[in-house]
Ligand binder design. Structure first.
Ligand SMILES: [Zn+2]
Length: 175
């Protein structure tokens, strides 16, 4: 029997207890914050689709029972290379484990002591919002071709080392 889980309002305890699984395909347009972070450049003709899944799991038993969830996602968007200003594909991947704890205070108190991310348990978890958070965290801060072939133009040459070199040269005594 398949179970349709409501990923916008997920009962995470029930999801973990049931070893729930959901696999989804969400268009970039459905991930507004991610779309905004990609800039306004046109995407490829086929709108990017984020393929993602969540898996529930319990660990331990009795009073030590823990509720866990794994989030995996893959998405390829088009962003602008900051050197040559040409569009380039950027692949984003997420694979994270979350452990649900009683409340926000517990999550904050214990977060430093464990590898996994802690979230406050809820019967109405917005996993789509969580997906957006994680995609945003996984996006590169600087988008640039690994081997950018663009001819250098002074206007685009905004590397910090170059900027410092330019400043330094201004301070050289005239000969
Ligand atoms: Zn480039």
């Amino acid at each position: 029997m398949t179970h349709e889980w409501n990923v916008r309002s997920l009962d995470v305890t029930r999801f973990a207890d049931a070893t729930g699984h959901a696999r989804l395909l969400t268009p970039l347009a459905g991930l507004q914050r991610v779309q905004e972070a990609c800039g306004h450049g046109p995407q490829a003709a086929d709108e990017p689709q984020c393929e993602w899944s969540i898996d529930g799991q319990t660990r331990g038993s009795g009073s030590r029972l823990q509720h866990w969830m794994r989030l995996q996602a893959a998405l390829t968007v088009t962003q602008t290379c900051q050197r040559c200003l040409e569009p380039m594909p950027v692949h984003i991947e997420v694979d994270r484990w979350f452990r649900f704890v009683a409340d926000e205070a517990t999550a904050l108190a214990e977060d430093d002591d464990c590898e996994e991310d802690l979230l406050a348990v809820s019967a109405e978890w917005d996993t789509l919002g969580l997906l957006e958070d994680e995609l945003l965290l996984a996006m590169p801060l600087i988008v640039r071709h690994a081997d950018c072939q663009a001819p250098h133009s002074p206007a685009l040459n905004d590397d910090l080392p170059h900027a410092f070199a330019a400043l330094a040269s201004l301070n050289l005594p005239k000969t």
